[in-house]
Design a protein. Sequence first.
Length: 175
Amino acid sequence: MTKAKVKTGNPFLDADFGSGMDFGKFAEQFKLPEQFKLPEQFKFPGVDSEALIENQRRNLEAVTKANQVAFEGAQAVVQYQAEILRRTMDETTKAVQEMSKPDKIEDVWAKQAELLKGVYEHGLANLRALTEMSTKVNAEAADLLTHRVSDSLGELKGAFAADKSGNGAQSKAAQ
């Protein structure tokens, strides 16, 4: 989704709002330091508590990454919309200048019809481009989450697998 950024001169459109958001640092907040590891009394037989916590950390990372992809995609859409607006204003200025020239009424109508046709075609092309951009971003974010859900379910199955000793995570370490 990274494209060369075109400067418009508008501080609201030229600002890189994503540069201040480090989604990776956000996810790091939820890593448990060693002193917060689960004590033995909170471990349940047949349940790998550490694996459950790690599973949730990975889930949070996946949601964070999906949010980052969606945010960057939305930012690209807004920038493209601003570019559409700029081009439209330029084309409108040219059209008004062209229409203000004295001509026969038939020529004016022909110019208006041609102008209307161009506006319609540009509008459809812009709509298609915006739809494709949004669809691509949504698909990418959904793929991240879909893969994580699939992986998470496999991890949960392993974390809740009852071992024969009834000792949970301790028996896995012994293996």
